[in-house]
Design a binder for this molecule. Structure first.
Ligand code: ZN
Ligand code: ZN
Length: 272
């Protein structure tokens, strides 16, 4: 298993998930060219991808979908109402529509969608279950609901929105209407709301917690990192905390293990 946030924030979101020999993008908010450039840091190119999953129609999640799907013949899995809200998506060669709440198979993976209350036409989060464990993806959440908490139980890897610090948002320079939208039940999750959600879904089997969609202006990665390290410690959970950002790919979950394995196998060969 390997998970990496290629980009995370209000100017573009895209997450690489590798499990059971399948390689998915959750959202494609970067341009095709930038997606290719960031995948190259992981030793991959767009032709190595197998499919794209879409959470909702906001531009920071879908900007690159059309070009990527057409150029690289990638199947796109998208809620049918979200799809109808994207008339400018263009022709997608392999379009698979589902209804929010549906589960479906992709090769050996079981992909389940769950509704969120974000201000899009029919937004969803995803869980991806494989032989290697369960991955939960939950950003642009609006508010933490029972359905979201139930969906995210027993994940090995969790990608969770921690958009803003309440005080930084309130004291910041955004116009009041925008502050209200972000704080509303249809906006983005604050650090404290994410913290409460983690308290419900954190468990000893959690190995990596990615914090995603951080606001550049109203949050601070050090603050988030400290807050969630403490939260995990209190739950007796040793998961790695990885904070995503806009400008570059995140630390990978899984890659270090792979690198160590490679190094060890190389050592063995040279020792022999
Ligand atoms: Zn977003
Ligand atoms: Zn959004």
């Amino acid at each position: 298993m390997r998970v990496c946030l290629l980009a995370s924030g209000s100017r573009g979101n895209s997450t690489l998930v590798e499990a059971d020999d399948s390689r998915l993008l959750i959202d494609a908010g970067l341009s095709g060219k930038e997606t290719e450039r960031r995948l190259a840091h992981l030793g991959l190119c767009c032709d190595d991808l197998d499919a794209i999953l879409v959470t909702h129609e906001h531009h920071d999640h879908v900007g690159g979908i059309g070009p990527l799907a057409r150029r690289h013949q990638l199947p796109v899995y998208i809620d049918s109402i979200t799809c109808s809200a994207l008339p400018r998506l263009g022709k997608i060669p392999q379009l698979h529509e589902f209804n929010a709440g549906d589960s479906f198979s992709f090769r050996n993976l079981l992909i389940s969608s769950f509704s969120t209350t974000h201000d899009a036409v029919n937004p969803v989060g995803f869980t991806i279950e494989s032989q290697e464990g369960k991955i939960g993806y939950a950003t642009d959440l609006g508010m933490p609901t029972r359905l979201i908490a139930e969906s995210l139980r027993q994940c090995r890897v969790l990608i969770l929105e921690a958009n803003h610090d309440e005080q930084m948002l309130l004291n910041g320079t955004y116009p009041w209407a925008l502050k209200q939208r972000i704080r509303s039940r249809h906006g983005h999750l604050s650090n404290m709301e994410a913290h409460r959600l983690l308290n419900e879904v954190g468990w000893p089997g959690l190995e990596a917690l990615f914090l995603a969609h951080l606001s550049d202006e109203n949050n601070c990665s050090n603050l988030v990192s400290t807050l969630f390290h403490q939260a995990l410690q209190q739950k007796g959970c040793r998961a790695e905390v990885i904070v995503g950002c806009q400008a570059m790919i995140s630390v990978c979950f899984g890659s270090e293990t792979a690198a160590v394995l490679q190094e060890n196998s190389h050592k063995k060969v040279t020792e022999l």
